[in-house]
Each structure stands twice: as C-alpha cells, then as structure tokens.
Design a protein around this ligand. Structure first.
Ligand code: IZC
Ligand code: ZN
Length: 422
C-alpha cells in the first residue's frame, strides 16, 4: 500500500492503543508509548503504526511526504467534548465584578452572565456568529484540537437555538475541525419565565426538540442542572424527553453546588456528567457503576477562582473514566487553549501526564461517541494526528501557557504547519 505521509524517527509516539472504549483506573496510564516511532497515512486513514523502519508492504514513492519526527512528540488529534463554541459578544465586563467579589451565580441571577450572551447571540446574524466561531475554531485547531463538541444554549428561544445549531452544522461541513452538536436549550431560565419555569420547559420539549430533530441538528442534549437554574427533577424530565427525540443525555452536573447531578447522570445513563467539582462520593460511585464519563473542566475552576477543582484522583481511583475539556465559553472559561487545560489538570487535579493525554484523546472521544473513529493512533482509524515541538509528553504539560504545536494533520492532510493554520 502506498503512503501519502510518513512521520518517522518520532521521539515519543503516543498511540493510546487498546480497545475503543473509555479507559478507567490504571488503564488511563497505559498510553502505548513507542520510542523511535513511525506512522504512515494513506488518504484519510492510518495504515501503519510501529517502531523504527516501515515494513516492505508500505510503499514510499516521490509523492510521499516524509516528516522527520526527531525531537517531537506525536499524539492522536486532541478532542474537546465540551464547548460553547457558537455565541455572540464577550463578557470582559464581568472581570472587575468578579474581582470585587461578585459570584458567577449572582451575576446570572441579576440578569447578566448567560443572559448577557443570550442578548448578544439573539442580536447577531448567522454570518456574524459563523465568523466569530470560525476564528475560535482556527485557534482550537492551532492548539491541536481536531474534533470538538459544540452546544447551543444562548438562544433560549426556538429561533436562536436553531440558528446556533445551524452555524455549528455549517462549520462542521466547511472547517477541518469536526463538530459534534449538543442541544442545550435548558441552559438558563429566561428572565421573562422566572416565575413560570414549567412553561419554558414545555417550550424546550415541545417546540425546540421536534425542530432540532427534524433538521438533525444535535446528537446530544445537555441541561445546566444547578442551584437557581434547573433542578434535578426538571433536568430528569427534559433529558427523558430528549431521549425520545433520539438525543443522548449529557449534564452540567454539580458544577457549583452538590445537587445530585452526578447521581442523575448515572440514573438517566448520560454519556457524560460534566464539571463535577461538587460531586459526592456516592455520585461518583454510581457514575462508575453506569460507565458515565466524568468530563472535567479545570479551566472553569481556575477562571471563576472557585478555590476548588473536581476530585479527579478519587474518580480515577473509583474507576470513573475521566475526560477533559476547555468548556470554551464567553463567561466561565474564555479560552480555546486545550494545552493550558492539560497543565491545570495535572497541577491542580494531580493527574499524571499519561492520565491527561488519555483524558483528551480516547476518553474525550468516547464522551461524544466517536471512540471507534478517533482518539487513538491505530491502523484503520482516521488520520487525525498532532506533532508537538516537545521531546516528551511531560514537557508539553510542564512548559505551560504557550502553544507547543508544530503540525496538525486532519483527515490525512497537514492543516497546521509551524503552529499556524495553512
Ligand atoms: O456562558 O456562563 N456554566 N454555562 C454553565 C456556562 C458556564 C457558560 C456561560
Ligand atoms: Zn458548559
């Protein structure tokens, strides 16, 4: 078979080889490391992964592009399974409010926070939302992300929710980064429904969901289950209805207050429970029993100065599969930099470099149901590959705040070179 691209002499080739499923406990440390690695690509697929020289059956000719991996670390394309990619405006006005002691949920209650992004998103045209999201997507790609999840949730009315999801769908078609969409109509209670939450939930279920399904705009449904937002009972009701429309549940669970979101994620068989900073041990136990992925977002703890991070060590010890995400959004975590998130996960949640890379590859892919196509470098999988200017995995996490990317290969094509989108 002819190779289109070969990367050879790779200092550290991290394959994450193994079964196409979320890794738990000690498996999260088994990263399939190959020193002096070589990998070959044909079209959009990986055709060989190994050590030293290519075997004879892999043919190299004048059309093959050979990349020297000496001094580099190569990993699967990174996956971000929790972002609020499509939105209007920004919220830097909240910075000084926060420095003066205002809390995230107080700002929200007062009609700011998510509500201010809802206003900006309603006022933005399709094209404006598209351009802004595209810029962020380019940045994400430059940081090594090749697949992301993107949520709606800044419309809170049918028209704007659909607009956001259509933007994500169009970007998925046109941009190298693959986007998996989540319907988050229950992201906040619109100010005008404050006294009438059930009526709003009725709109989410009976007006928004059928339209989302009709246009095939979302694969997952998420709810912000939080003190002052949606209760556990309301979240359960919304997610059970979402299942009828073919959407798989996700939950913003126990981000700030321990409401029982982790327990609910287990009960409704959510694919992931996200945040979990305040999750109880009982909740973690039930997540482990039901194979619900803990999708942790340490950038949010950092940016909200919560003084507390999710208990990743306990979760790994209890065999809850752990994934990591940026949570990219204009309020609680305005960054596209997944490498910074990897450093925060390591330094603030005590995850080892091996656990961190597992969490942003196969476990992240599993939490958007893409474990069979991406998340590891094995023959037959998609050629989504990242080449870091770093001699080893630890270096990427240790030298923090900068972008270590040399090249990104997406669907078998080099789309980032020298750290820049081409
Ligand atoms: O815009 O504040 N937590 N949703 C739930 C968010 C953060 C996004 C935002
Ligand atoms: Zn979120």
């Amino acid at each position: 078979m002819n190779a289109d691209i070969v990367i050879k002499n790779i200092s550290q080739l991290i394959t994450i080889a193994g079964e196409n499923r979320p890794r738990i406990g000690k498996e999260m440390s088994e990263i399939g490391l190959i020193e002096n690695g070589v990998i070959a690509i044909s079209n959009d697929k990986i055709i060989y992964v190994g050590q030293g020289e290519l075997p004879k059956e892999i043919k190299v000719d004048d059309n093959t592009s050979i990349i020297d991996g000496a001094g580099k670390t190569v990993t699967p394309g990174l996956v971000d399974p929790h972002t609020h990619l499509v939105h209007g405006g920004s919220r830097e006005n909240e910075l000084e409010m926060k420095l003066n002691g205002a809390k995230y949920l107080d700002i929200l209650k007062a009609g700011g926070g998510i509500h201010s992004t809802v206003r900006a998103t309603k006022n933005a045209s399709f094209q404006e939302l598209y351009s802004k999201a595209k810029n962020s997507l380019d940045t994400m790609l430059e940081f090594g992300l090749t697949t992301i999840e993107a949520k709606s949730g800044y419309g809170l009315d049918t028209e704007t929710e659909l607009k956001q999801l259509r933007v994500a769908k169009e970007l998925h078609k046109n941009h190298p980064v693959d986007i998996v969409s989540t319907f988050l109509g229950a992201h906040a209670i619109p100010m005008e429904y404050k006294e009438n939450v059930e009526e709003f939930i009725d709109i989410v279920i009976n007006d928004m969901m059928p339209k989302v399904q009709e246009e095939k705009l979302a694969e997952f449904c998420d709810v912000f289950c939080e003190d002052g937002v949606f209760t556990v009972n309301q979240t359960r009701k919304i997610l059970n209805e979402a299942k009828k429309y073919g959407m798989k549940p996700k939950i913003h669970a126990d981000e700030i207050e321990p409401l029982g979101g982790a327990e609910l994620a287990a009960e409704v068989q959510a694919i992931s429970g996200d945040h979990l900073v305040a999750a109880t041990e009982e909740g973690m136990k039930r997540m482990a029993e039901n194979s619900v992925i803990a999708n942790l977002l340490p950038g949010t703890s950092f940016n909200l100065s919560m003084g507390k991070f999710a208990n990743a060590r306990k979760m790994i010890e209890m065999s809850v599969p752990v994934a990591l995400s940026t949570d990219y959004n204009p309020g609680s975590c305005p960054t596209e930099n997944i490498q910074l998130i990897m450093t925060l996960a390591s330094l603030r949640m005590k995850m080892t470099p091996q656990e961190v890379i597992t969490a942003v590859t196969i476990n992240a892919a599993s939490s958007i149901d893409r474990q069979n196509e991406i998340g590891s470098l094995v023959k037959g999988k998609k050629a989504d590959i990242v080449i870091f200017n770093a001699p080893n995995l630890s270096y990427i996490i240790y030298h923090f705040g900068i972008n270590h990317i040399d090249k990104v290969i997406k669907n078998g094509r080099v789309v980032v070179d020298n750290g820049k989108r081409i």
